[in-house]
Design a binder for this molecule. Structure first.
Ligand SMILES: Nc1ncnc2c1ncn2[C@@H]1O[C@H](COP(=O)(O)OP(=O)(O)OP(=O)(O)O)[C@@H](O)[C@H]1O
Ligand SMILES: [Mg+2]
Length: 139
């Protein structure tokens, strides 16, 4: 399924819709270049789970946990050295829990993703408009 977003606000709104369709245990790979809007759509998803905390980029923390109607784990693998670090930090265990896990730069831990992993890919088009492609997620 493909969506278009013309602004940060619109991406937030799509995130809220996506969030309503997610279930405990879901793992979603967030794909797209730097600044595409991966963290932005996460903010919308968090809102739909009743999370009031500000969602910040977890780049330096690897994972941020938020208490919502369903727990939300927001991961960013941009700076991880490899799967060894991922295991050492115990982050892998979160994937088997009953929270919703959103992973930026998930290519780094590919072997941990389920084969039929859900994904949200965001492409910046020439006009600056974002094309949002949902896989395994239906609104
Ligand atoms: N349609 C849009 N959707 C989302 N963000 C947009 C849009 N148009 C402009 N922006 C801007 O682009 C930036 C997106 O930043 P965001 O942190 O969400 O990207 P990211 O994909 O998480 O980047 P990174 O890979 O660095 O973590 C924000 O500054 C936002 O305001
Ligand atoms: Mg980000």
């Amino acid at each position: 399924m493909e969506l278009l977003s013309h602004s940060f606000e619109e991406t937030l709104q799509w995130g809220k819709k996506v969030g309503k369709s997610l279930k405990p245990g879901d793992i979603i790979a967030l794909k797209g270049d730097l600044g595409a809007g991966k963290t932005s759509i996460t903010k919308g998803i968090a809102k739909s789970l009743g999370i009031e905390d500000e969602i910040t980029s977890p780049t330096y923390t690897i994972v941020s946990e938020y208490e919502g109607s369903i727990p939300l784990y927001h991961m960013d693998m941009y700076r991880i050295s490899g799967v060894e670090e991922f295991e050492m930090l115990g982050v892998d265990e979160l994937l088997f829990g009953k929270g919703i896990t959103l992973i930026e730069w998930s290519e780094r831990i590919l072997e941990y993703l389920p084969e039929d992993c859900k994904s949200i890919s965001i492409q910046i088009m020439e006009s600056g408009v974002r094309k949002i492609i949902l896989e395994g997620i239906s609104l």
